[in-house]
Design a protein around this ligand. Structure first.
Ligand SMILES: Nc1nc2c([nH]c(=O)n2[C@@H]2O[C@H](COP(=O)(O)OP(=O)(O)OP(=O)(O)O)[C@@H](O)[C@H]2O)c(=O)[nH]1
Ligand SMILES: [Mg+2]
Length: 315
């Protein structure tokens, strides 16, 4: 049987304070009936993603999109069809959303999303909705006071909400001491802190997750931490992205996009190759390698969640 290919545009409509997202429930008599979804539907043959999404949101919710940006594209094999879910983050719309087709529509707090039953293809979309567009990776820093001051500056002034504690020069006890301080600081700003190191670190400190080096990623056979924690990984090619999918990584970095002073010998992949790799990734991907916040919109346009950087945030 040749599977149907279905291209679906869907909307992540996030409230202005970033705390809630609008979901709809599929009627019980259709495909995936009774499950919750991001409003949207199949594109007509002549439509682009955004055109189709505008039509669908008008038909299903009675709202008009003013401003939207790509969030994530997911290819998923259902038993009867290959589906491309082309998900857009709606930043501005007019009208008061309601279920024009009789479906339930509800603003759901981010923290409760995991309790809603969705179609199988939706897991990466949930991750993308919960993640910010910027991922700070901490720099090597000898002085603890300076370390905390720089981290606090990024949280306050740049509004960073996702942090990876990377400190290759510290031994385990010094690393954990720094991590404890960093975690307390991140908690004050409702930022998430991932520890770059062995998954076992989480039993020593209750941080928000673990970031795997590509080497550790390739050496693992299954997801090393609980689903309730965040698992990210460094990737550089298709094989590593596939492995990240197998392990159930919640998101990854893909690098190097540009040449960087820290890795001058590695050939950069550039936006073209980056886009091709991201298209088939099964989770949100942050562009890494010479990125600044000014690259975030372009990164989004080629399918990324956003950008990851050390230097742009470490001042
Ligand atoms: N809108 C939407 N569809 C999803 C999501 N996740 C997911 O697997 N799908 C699948 O993508 C397809 C979307 O088709 P749809 O039934 O919404 O299409 P539509 O609005 O154009 O309706 P119609 O074709 O019945 O007129 C369905 O097979 C649905 O199960 C999601 O989050 N939002
Ligand atoms: Mg629909």
């Amino acid at each position: 049987m040749v599977k149907r290919r279905v291209h679906v545009a869907a909307a992540a409509i996030i409230s202005a304070d970033g705390r809630e997202v609008l979901l709809a429930r599929r009627p019980s008599n259709v495909d995936h009936g009774g499950l919750w979804e991001f409003p949207g539907g199949k594109l007509a043959p002549y439509e682009t993603g955004l055109e189709g999404l505008k039509r669908e949101l008008h038909e299903e919710l009675g709202v008009e999109i003013q401003r939207a940006q790509p969030l994530i594209r997911i290819h998923h094999e259902y038993s009867d069809k290959h589906i491309l879910l082309d998900v857009w983050q709606v930043h501005e719309f007019s009208g008061e959303p309601f279920g024009r087709e009789g479906q339930a529509v509800r603003w759901v707090p981010m923290a409760e999303l995991v309790n809603y039953p969705f179609p199988a293809a939706n897991l990466p979309i949930l991750k993308a909705v919960m993640l910010p567009t910027e991922y700070l990776i901490t720099a090597e820093e000898e002085d603890e006071v300076l370390f905390l001051a720089r981290l606090e500056r990024a949280l306050v002034e740049d509004g960073v909400r996702l942090v990876q504690l990377r400190a290759k020069t510290l031994d385990e006890s010094a690393y954990l001491a720094r991590a404890e301080q960093a975690l307390a600081l991140c908690r004050r700003f409702e930022a998430r802190l991932l520890l770059n190191g062995a998954p076992e670190l989480l039993s020593r400190l209750d941080a928000d997750g673990i970031h795997l080096t590509s080497e550790r990623l390739m050496s693992l056979e299954r997801r090393p931490i609980a689903e309730g924690k965040w698992l990210s990984a460094s990737t550089h090619d298709r094989g590593q992205l596939v492995q990240a999918g197998r392990l159930g990584c919640d998101f990854v970095t893909l690098s190097p996009l540009r040449t960087t002073p820290s890795h001058p010998e590695v050939a950069p992949m550039g936006w073209h190759d980056f886009q091709q790799l991201v298209e088939r990734a099964a989770m949100p991907v942050f562009a890494l390698g010479g990125m600044t916040r000014f690259d975030a919109n372009h990164a989004r346009a080629v399918g990324a969640q956003g950008i990851a950087s050390i230097r742009d945030f470490w001042k």
